[in-house]
Design a protein around this ligand. Sequence first.
Ligand code: EPS
Length: 384
Amino acid sequence: MLRYLTAGESHGPGLLTIVEGMPYGFKVDTNFINNELSRRQLGFGRGMRMQIEGDKVEVVSGIRFGKTLGSPVAFLIRNKDWENWTEIMKIEEGEAEETLTKPRPGHADLAGLQKINGKDIRDILERSSARETTARVAAGALAKLIIAELDIYILSHVTNIGGCKACLNDPPLIEDIKKIDSSPVRCLDEKAGSEMVEIIRKAIDEKETLGGTFEIIVYGAPPGLGSYVHWDKKLDAKIAQALMSIQAIKGVEFGEGFNLANLKGSDAHDEIFYNNTKKFYRKTNRAGGIEGGMTNGEPVVIKAVMKPIPTLGKPLMTVDMKTKEAMPAFKERSDVCAVPSAAVIGESVVAIEIANAALEKFGGDSIGELKSNYNSYLKRLKEM
Ligand code: EPS
């Protein structure tokens, strides 16, 4: 099992992640990890911060001669912006010159201060910031190395920004990733992509923000990952939790998802077929590749919705914590739309859950052991 922990404040010295449970012998190319980090930084609608940062990992432990040792892998990602925040985010004893006391509706600000009996919203926002997801994408890159060895691949693409929807005849395939990444909004439908850019431009002018939806597809997962036995091992539940933990994500669905409410039983499921080459298969994938908390051998199809970022250029009304007077929330530099980045983060956290389910089922302390266990499982499936 992969266990990971992230640390780091948005404007502190940097972010850290420790990933425990990576088996021995995985080749780790830091260029691949850094490329994942830069994919997370892309997207039209990001704020000035993304022009300051150029996220890169420094390997602190767990890798020798380019391969994992089986010990915890630790990465440090420095915040370039730190040099501009050394006073506000000073580590040594001291006091803030200015405290933030006007909580932004939609952020962790108010409930966070209430929770810790705090006085300065900065003590909350520095950690609740989505900057933290950088460390998760670094961890997700390791998970992608595990699943790639099992021929499992994952993609994400943006399906809606601010009500502008992508229209695709067929679901994207792994070979479409380059094209998706080259769109300024990571949308495979070029026409919708251009419209999305325009509505983001309009939102910038109007000092607004926009949310949207993205889809994640996992190709190549064998049947049987996850569990029909334990509530906390059901794969759809684990994936939903992982996605819901990404800042600003408000909903997750699998396959037909909420549309299942509109369908009859006979239209809601996927009939089972068999032939000698494909073995057991379906002609439809309304379940989104998961039945009974386990993969069923079809692509895993997940959608998630991100709310519009709550830091607004024209702030919503709030109450000053000090004076209790009604006034506009504080504002600071932020993004206008980060759905394309959220999709990449979604890929990373889903990759971690799939890798975990695979490690749980196939085990192995080394890459060789994992693969041989996996291959014997595939062989057995073929014989069924
Ligand atoms: C964020 C606010 C912005 C975003 C940030 C998340 O940062 P800043 O306040 O420095 O302008 O750009 O995202 C990142 C820094 C990142 O790497 O994704 C927030 O409040 O959540």
